[in-house]
Design a binder for this molecule. Sequence first.
Ligand SMILES: *Cc1c(COP(=O)(O)O)cnc(C)c1O
Length: 431
Amino acid sequence: MRYYSLNHPAEKVSFKEATIRGQAPDKGLYFPEQIPVLPADLIKNISAHSHEDIALQVIRPYVGDTIPENELRRIVSETIDFPFPLVPVTPGISSLELFHGPTLAFKDVGARFMSRCLGYFVKDTHQEVTVLVATSGDTGGAVASGFYDVEGVNVVILYPSGKVSSVQELQLTTLGKNISALEVSGTFDDCQRMVKTAFADPDLNRALFLTSANSINVARWLPQQFYYFFAYRAWTEKAHPPVISVPSGNFGNICAGLLAHRSGLPAQHFIAACNANDTVPSFLQTGQYSTRPAIPTLSNAMDVGDPSNFVRILEIFAHEFSSLKKVLSSYSITDEETRATIRDVYKKYHYLADPHGAVGFLALEKYLAGHPGEKGIFLETAHPVKFYDAVESETGEKVPLPDNVKILLGKEKISTKISPDFSALKNFLLA
Ligand SMILES: *Cc1c(COP(=O)(O)O)cnc(C)c1O
């Protein structure tokens, strides 16, 4: 499999190069030359296949011969070494819990896969790689945990000061060793812009080997397809596939779901569940795509006004608005609705949703109200404890602390504060 830059389709690279570079030199996102079609038997008899086997069959065509089979099997099995339960919440709605990994959010899957691939690729090169990553909340922790102590790889994380939850902040500022956290006095979009500028900066690229671990990196983006197949494996009504609602910010996760669908994953429909950052919901309504500054919300990991991965979704649908609209709907959910949903879901169904999951739940409920007879899944993308302040004020009860959070709360935060301009980042990296 080769990958082309969405800015420059003629130039193609291998999975290895796409993973090491992150972004094409022309700043374009890499996209696979073909979308593989999975064997019909895998879908038809999916319950007979293990998670490891499914994941391996899904990812193998994308990796090609850049990683030998036994190594790839090891990487895949370490990546998905935790449960992905599908939990019924209402008669028509189930929660796909993606928060059972080490940092309690779905990003663990992408980060674990990517760190292991990159570790494999740089092992024999004797070259230090610097992974530069902007986070709106959960990416930082997942990347920090995934890359912690990986030899030959340094990680620099930029996060917007005061705009991530306390648990999220501790997850990315308390590891030390090869992980540095930069606390930026700005928004996630500022962080993302600084990172993008760094990748294009000649001085930095002379001094360092920079790569990205944001969801634009193919090695983070592609393995996110796995859990959509795991969901279908656990779905009991195989003849009546689910509507799938994905809490979306940078649109990497849902883009992986749509890619999986193209490869043969049965799904009735997809829903991009957004908070007040409604770039995509209003695009699907009006046909006009206009990015806007990020608005801070309760579901802060989705506070993105200019979602990087949306261009990949357009590419999957060959930029045909009408075919995209047949498969994808999108809703913008307010913070008030999010709070009410956390409350209602807890009271009525005894299920504890985090703010992101609540956005996914409500968007799905709204869609199903207009489509009687259909059933669906929302992705519960983070453990409610990561947002305990918001959750506890709605339910009136304490969220039980998982052990790894208890340990975290006793640790000391170590970050470097910088202003939201590129020169501050450049000085830090060159120091
Ligand atoms: C990152 C994140 C999202 C958004 O995922 P994208 O791939 O950026 O759309 C949703 N929920 C949580 C908890 C996240 O950490």
